[in-house]
Design a protein around this ligand. Structure first.
Ligand code: FES
Length: 578
């Protein structure tokens, strides 16, 4: 009754009126003397990856009550990937703000946040980090595997694969529709190691989710047990006074990056982990990802870089089993939401030998290095990202002539023009699709192969952009090029016919144009004129979003000391807006 009071200028009256307005739930004053647990329920029928969470919310509430707390459910914004225009990434920071402000403003002692779909869990972890009240992440869990004619299907790697084959003419419309029915067969989030599964894995590795939370499928009874246990755990966390800043330490972010590398996770996790860390004043950078990429073996044979899906990983022991295998490389004394260390959580985890094709031993990994590489060069002074194991090996060292699209609109209009001067060796370049340019850095980085090449049998080419791609996507795709074109980054200076050189092994990405010519282009460069948004949140977004290597958070959401530092480093986007 005394926490986060509504301001009437009279504290006694604030309590009196609050009690009166609490009675509709049948609560009494003593219910509020127990730990009050907010359940941040992001149920939505439009965000289909969260449409099944109601029974889980009830189970969390039961857990809270069994442990002696009082649960109070509240909503925040909920955004789902395929149902949000132009891209959920535009709204990740809005969800983070909503989450932080509601945790802070409401009279709750701790929170369980229901995440799941790609941007929700990272946004919630960003919000929880800034609010710094005890918090646990719980997701609705991954979907079960799909199946078509004896072949396992996965959303949404196979959505992309079969669409490409349809465009190439090898799959007809009837078969495409039959496959469509089987791509997302149950409730839950995407079941390959896409962004949702990756962020859940990172949250479990960081200690912000109970062991088992990432891989347990949405449909398993075990997920309801985990929900109830999460309810119990948050009450214990409140009583112990353990906050997100006690759990999400520099070392626990190292653990998260290592699991990202070991499972060949989504490139989107790079942006999200940097954003979450910076909320806590931890200066995580692309150098950390590159360092751990070189030294962390790739252990989990997961699609899109490998063979299996989350349901298979669950049977193999889930993320706990991967962490156990990786444990010689991890910081094992880090605190987690169980109130115990990672070492204590993993003490009884046994790896079943039958599942060794899914989780490889540390000494016999699938690949010696991790699943994400960071490239730099005159084309990407602040970095670019690639998933080498989801790429074509022969293209990882490549020199090709640029075919440039100056915007998403330009790409849509000209990509399939029969007269487009493009060969399988070309490098497809997409400009002005970054955080400021698009805005919101959509998942358009897996630029479609031009149809005339698809029909010749081409299935992969080097593609390069300042936007992102889905964690479920694949190909030789260079992403997150920073700084982006819309604020004057070198990617915006590329012209048709320029030679581009890529060498993943030496982490090099170069535009083979003389410095004099580049300087001339720089002098003549003009910021793009945007007329797509003239009011509201997208304007705020363009004015304050940071670049990909800084996590795409808003500058004003960083801790105060970091705001000034970043402001100086970031080119103000305001000059490029309407
Ligand atoms: Fe929600 Fe893939 S669409 S996780």
């Amino acid at each position: 009754m005394t926490k986060s009071q509504t301001s009437y200028g009279d504290a006694g009256f604030s309590q009196f009126i609050r009690m009166a307005f609490s009675r509709h739930l049948g609560h009494d004053r003593e219910d509020y003397e127990k730990p009050v647990i907010g359940i941040c329920n992001t149920f939505s029928e439009i965000n289909r990856c969260h449409s099944h969470v109601k029974p889980m919310v009830e189970a969390i509430k039961r857990g809270v009550i069994l442990e002696g707390g009082t649960p109070l459910e509240f909503p925040t914004i909920s955004v789902g990937e395929m149902f949000t225009s132009p891209t959920t990434m535009l709204y990740r920071n809005l969800v983070a703000m909503d989450t932080e402000e509601m945790i802070t403003a409401q009279p709750i002692d701790g929170t369980v946040m229901i995440g799941g779909c790609d941007k929700m869990a990272p946004a919630q972890l960003m919000g929880a980090a800034s609010a710094d009240k005890p918090a646990i992440l719980f997701t609705g869990g991954p979907m079960n595997n799909g199946e078509y004619k004896g072949k396992t299907l996965g959303a949404c790697s196979d959505c992309r694969f079969f669409w490409q084959e349809y465009k190439a003419g090898t799959v007809d419309e009837e078969e495409l529709n039959a496959i469509n029915e089987r791509l997302a067969p149950t409730a839950g989030h995407c079941m390959v190691m896409g962004s949702a599964s990756t962020i859940a894995a990172c949250a479990e590795a960081m200690g912000m989710m109970l062991p088992g939370g990432a891989a347990t499928p949405a449909t398993e009874n075990e997920r309801l047990r985990l929900a109830q246990e999460t309810g119990r755990a948050i009450v214990r966390l409140v009583k112990a006074g353990i906050r997100p800043s006690d759990i999400m330490t520099r070392e626990s972010f190292d653990n998260a990056i290592k699991i990202l590398m070991a499972v060949g996770g989504s490139t989107n996790a790079v942006i999200h982990l940097i954003a979450i860390a910076r909320r806590l004043g931890i200066d995580l950078s692309l150098n950390d990802f590159e360092k751990h990429s070189r030294t962390t073996p790739f252990l989990a044979n997961m699609r899109p870089a490998g063979k299996y899906q989350m349901q298979d990983l669950y049977y193999a022991g889930g993320i706990s089993a991967v962490l156990k295998e990786l444990s010689p490389l991890l910081h094992m004394e880090e605190l987690t939401v169980t109130g115990k260390t990672l070492r204590e959580n993993l003490a009884d985890v046994q790896m079943d030998q039958e599942y060794r094709d899914i989780i490889r031993p540390l000494e016999k990994p699938l690949h010696k290095e991790g699943g994400i590489a960071v490239l730099k060069g005159n084309l990407a002074p602040d970095g670019a990202i690639i998933k080498p194991k989801a790429a074509t090996k022969d293209l990882l060292q490549h020199k090709g002539k640029a075919v440039v699209f100056t915007s998403l609109k330009d790409m849509k209009e000209r990509l399939n023009d029969p007269d487009l001067d493009v060969t399988p060796d070309s490098v497809l370049v997409l400009q002005n699709a970054g955080p400021v340019g698009a805005p919101g850095m959509p998942e358009a980085g897996m630029i479609p192969i031009p149809e005339k090449l698809l029909k010749q049998g081409v299935r992969d080419m080097v593609r390069l952009s300042d936007c992102r791609m889905s964690g479920t996507a694949f190909g030789t795709v260079l992403l997150h090029v920073a700084p982006e074109a819309a604020i004057g980054g070198p990617i915006g200076l590329i012209q048709d016919g320029d030679w581009i050189e890529l060498d993943v092994e030496s982490r090099k990405l170069e535009l083979l144009v003389s410095e004099e010519e580049l300087e001339l282009r720089r002098t003549n460069w003009k910021p793009p004129h945007f007329d797509d948004y003239t009011r509201g949140y997208p304007i705020l977004y363009r004015q304050h979003v940071l670049q990909a290597d800084k996590g795409c958070d808003f500058d004003f959401l960083l801790p105060k000391a970091d705001q000034e530092k970043d402001r100086k480093e970031t080119v103000a986007a305001s000059g490029a807006t309407t």
